[in-house]
Design a protein around this ligand. Sequence first.
Ligand SMILES: NC(=O)c1ccc[n+]([C@@H]2O[C@H](COP(=O)([O-])OP(=O)(O)OC[C@H]3O[C@@H](n4cnc5c(N)ncnc54)[C@H](OP(=O)(O)O)[C@@H]3O)[C@@H](O)[C@H]2O)c1
Length: 328
Amino acid sequence: MTKIRWGLLSTANINRRVIPAIRESARGELVAVASRSQAAAQAYADQWDIPQAFGSYEAMLASDAVDAVYIGLPNHLHAEWSIKAMQHGKHVLCEKPFALSLAEVDEMTAVSQQTNRVLTEAFMYRHHPQTKIVGEMVKNGRLGRVTVVRGVFNFAFSTRDNIRLVPEMGGGCLWDVGVYPLSFAQYVMGGPPEQVFGTQWLGESGVDELFSGQMVYANGGMAQISASFCTPFRTEVEILGTEGRLVLNRPFTGHNDGDRKLMFYPKAGEPEEIEVPEVELYLGEVEDLHTAVLDGKPHYLTLEETRNHIKTVLALYESARTGQVVTL
Ligand SMILES: NC(=O)c1ccc[n+]([C@@H]2O[C@H](COP(=O)([O-])OP(=O)(O)OC[C@H]3O[C@@H](n4cnc5c(N)ncnc54)[C@H](OP(=O)(O)O)[C@@H]3O)[C@@H](O)[C@H]2O)c1
């Protein structure tokens, strides 16, 4: 096998960002899309010029024409369809949040091992050069000891008809966008927090539309994150260290928005804008799966890291529900 033949499991809105990445990748080919109806699958295939359209997810999984699937389903379906896909011999790139419980993560991981299929969480920003530069700067001590990571991901809906507002589908802003600053903090701190405290505001449908979390790590570092469905688009990460601070105005959405800046403010001296190469934001996660499948290399974002993302989200929700600090 020299190329990975991809199938899109659903006609999700987010596909529009992943399709160009598959097409730009050297070893990927987009061969199919599946939807819950043949008409929807065919219309989507025509729109995006995809060779094959399947009228059910099962039909695509049963096909020999597909090697890997991209899962952009609502959150409550990630585990079920990742597992079915691997049981049908497919490798899986599954959207964030990977799953809604640790039991689901553990079952998905076990099936990946049993079937020897690659399974990985689609956190595109983790593969972007900007994130890797930040990781290097932290590791080589440029910031000194990291004391605080502050992270924000806010946006507002144009309409309220959205899977993110449905409690049974794993709705809520922490699950949806809070996982970005949460996972960024875990990346910088090198592991999950030991203690968390969360506060939330629940909207009409019963999901959190505003969430704020505090985290404390084993190394004494702290993180403060916030997520929202009710304020205009804003993303930011600030990393405070004893020797300086880093500010990212586009930590998760890469260069596609045009105004990305990575600024370093040293304890002494002039602020420095750090150069970041321009790459397609979603290309890294696609190529990472290619490398894992075709070259047998471990995928970049480990399932242990993914499990810790979910563990931390669950602890923050528990804290927000009970009003107590939760120890992980
Ligand atoms: N990494 C990123 O940048 C990023 C960005 C946005 C979203 N996401 C993630 O991607 C996933 C999808 O988000 P999205 O905004 O693209 O969602 P969406 O447009 O609502 O698409 C979800 C798709 O799931 C399928 N589906 C199956 N059962 C469904 C049900 N009961 N109700 C609704 N849809 C159902 C539908 O496809 P068919 O009708 O074709 O079957 C639908 O098009 C979420 O997990 C989200 O967190 C990631």
